[in-house]
Design a protein around this ligand. Structure first.
Ligand SMILES: [Zn+2]
Length: 403
C-alpha cells in the first residue's frame, strides 16, 4: 500500500449511520491516497504501508467536511433596508408597493455585472468554506428570464472551477412569478419548461432542478410540469415544499423520487409517509424559520419515526434567510427544532450528501470515499452544534488536499 498522507493522534467521527454515536473512533488514524480515504481505524490496527508523509493531529477531531445542501448564494444587492422598514412596522404590502420583496432582488441581480455576481457570491462561499464546508449547493432563481437564469448558472459553474471546493448547481427557474408574467403564471411555466430547461441542459449548467410549491408561488400541477420536463432531460429534482401551508408539496416531491423536499413546516402524516417510501431527504431550514418568525415546527418526530433522513442547510438568501453560517444553522436546529447535536452533524454531512445525490463519495468517512475532511480543535463533536459564533476549524481537506 502506498499512502500520500497519514493523519495520526486523531479522534474520528465517521458519521456512518450504524454503530456508535457519531461513528466515533478514539485514538485513530486516517490515511489518504490519490485524494481518497485509503484507510481509517484505531491506531493500534494500523497496517504496514509506504507512507509519504505522516502528521500528528494532537488529539484533534476529524469529521466529514460540512455540506451546505440548500443555498441561494448567487444574487446581487440585499434587502437590509426592507428588513429595517419591516421592523419599524411596515406591512408586507407596503414594502412590495415600495419595490421591495423578491422582485427587488431579481431586478438588482439582472442589473448586476457578471463580475459583481462572481465576487459577491465568492465572498459568501468563502465564509462557508472558512467554517468547514467543502461542498455547497447553489440555486439560480433570481434571474427569472432565459438570459438571466443562464447567466446565474454560468456564474455558479465558473465559481465551481475556481472556488477550491465542490459546488452543486441547481436550476430554480420556478422560484417566483416574475412581474412580466404577473397574471399568467402558466405562461411562465411554459417558458421554464420549453425554453429555459432545454437551454440549461444543452449547456450542462445544472445538476438538479428545484421549484417553489406554495400558494404565493406555483401550484402542484405547475410544479409537476416542471418535474416532467426535468425527468425527460434526465435531471433529478428537489422541492421547496409546505413552508407556509400544507400544499401537498412533500407528496409531490416523493412522487417524482426527489432527492430532497425542503422546509416542510406544514407537511402532514401522508407527506412524511410519502417521503419515507421514496427515500427522499427532508431538508430543514431553521434560518428561514427564525427570520420569518414561524411557529409551526416541521414534523420532526414523524420524520424520525419513519426514518426519513434529515439534513439541515442555511437556505442563505437575502429575503428570508440572511444566514451564511452552517455552524450557526446547526445550533439553530437544536434550539428551534430540538434536533440533537448528532442529528445536526449528520444533517450537515451524511444526509446533506444524500440530498445532493453525492452520498457515494462523500458525507461520511469511509474507505474509498473522497478525502473531504474537516479537522477541529474540539474535545467532542457535539461542540459543533453548541457554540454560536465560534470557529474551531483547524484545517479543511478537499479530495485529500489541504486548502
Ligand atoms: Zn430556499
Amino acid at each position: 500500500m502506498n499512502w500520500d498522507l497519514l493523519l495520526t493522534d486523531a479522534n474520528i467521527a465517521t458519521m456512518v449511520a450504524e454503530g456508535p454515536a457519531y461513528g466515533a473512533i478514539q485514538d485513530a488514524a486516517l490515511a489518504i491516497a490519490d485524494g481518497n480515504i485509503a484507510w481509517l481505524g484505531a491506531a493500534q490496527d494500523l497496517p504496514e504501508a509506504n507512507i509519504a508523509e505522516t502528521r500528528s493531529l494532537q488529539g484533534r477531531w476529524i469529521t466529514p467536511a460540512l455540506i451546505d445542501c440548500h443555498t441561494h448564494l448567487v444574487f446581487a444587492g440585499n434587502r437590509a433596508q426592507e428588513f429595517e422598514q419591516r421592523l419599524k412596522g411596515a406591512s408586507y404590502e407596503e414594502i412590495a408597493r415600495a419595490g421591495g420583496g423578491i422582485m427587488s432582488t431579481v431586478n438588482a441581480t439582472r442589473d448586476a455585472s457578471t463580475g459583481t455576481l462572481l465576487s459577491q457570491t465568492q465572498a459568501r462561499l468563502q465564509t462557508l468554506r472558512a467554517e468547514g464546508c467543502a461542498t455547497v449547493e447553489i440555486k439560480s432563481g433570481y434571474g427569472l428570464n432565459l438570459e438571466s437564469e443562464l447567466r446565474l448558472l454560468e456564474v455558479v459553474r465558473e465559481l465551481e472551477r475556481n472556488a477550491g471546493i465542490s459546488i452543486s448547481s441547481t436550476f430554480l427557474g420556478a422560484h417566483a412569478i416574475p412581474t412580466e408574467f404577473k397574471n399568467d403564471s402558466d405562461g411562465y411555466i411554459d417558458l421554464v419548461c420549453n425554453e429555459m430547461m432545454p437551454a440549461v441542459v444543452e449547456r450542462e449548467l445544472a445538476d438538479a432542478v428545484d421549484a417553489y410549491c406554495e400558494t404565493i408561488a406555483f401550484s402542484t400541477a405547475q410544479i409537476a410540469r416542471v418535474f416532467e420536463s426535468a425527468r425527460a432531460c434526465g435531471l433529478p429534482v428537489k422541492l421547496h415544499a409546505d413552508q407556509l401551508s400544507d400544499g401537498g408539496g412533500a407528496a409531490l416531491a416523493a412522487e417524482f423520487s426527489a432527492l430532497s423536499a425542503d422546509h416542510l413546516e406544514y407537511t402532514t402524516d401522508s407527506g412524511t409517509d410519502a417521503l419515507a417510501q421514496a427515500g427522499t431527504v427532508a431538508v430543514l431550514l431553521p434560518g428561514a424559520f427564525l427570520t420569518l418568525g414561524e411557529t409551526q415546527v416541521p414534523p420532526i418526530e414523524q420524520l424520525r419515526d419513519k426514518r426519513v433522513p434529515i439534513a439541515i442547510a442555511t437556505d442563505c438568501n437575502p429575503g428570508t434567510s440572511p444566514v451564511c453560517s452552517l455552524r450557526t444553522t446547526m445550533s439553530l436546529a437544536t434550539s428551534l427544532f430540538k434536533l440533537t447535536p448528532e442529528e445536526c452533524l449528520a444533517g450537515a454531512t451524511r444526509n446533506a450528501a444524500t440530498a445532493l445525490g453525492l452520498e457515494a463519495d462523500r458525507g461520511t468517512l469511509e474507505t474509498g470515499k473522497r478525502a473531504d475532511l474537516a479537522i477541529w480543535d474540539i474535545d467532542h463533536p457535539q461542540v459543533l452544534s453548541y457554540w454560536i459564533g465560534t470557529n474551531e476549524l483547524s484545517e479543511l481537506f478537499v479530495a485529500g488536499q489541504p486548502l
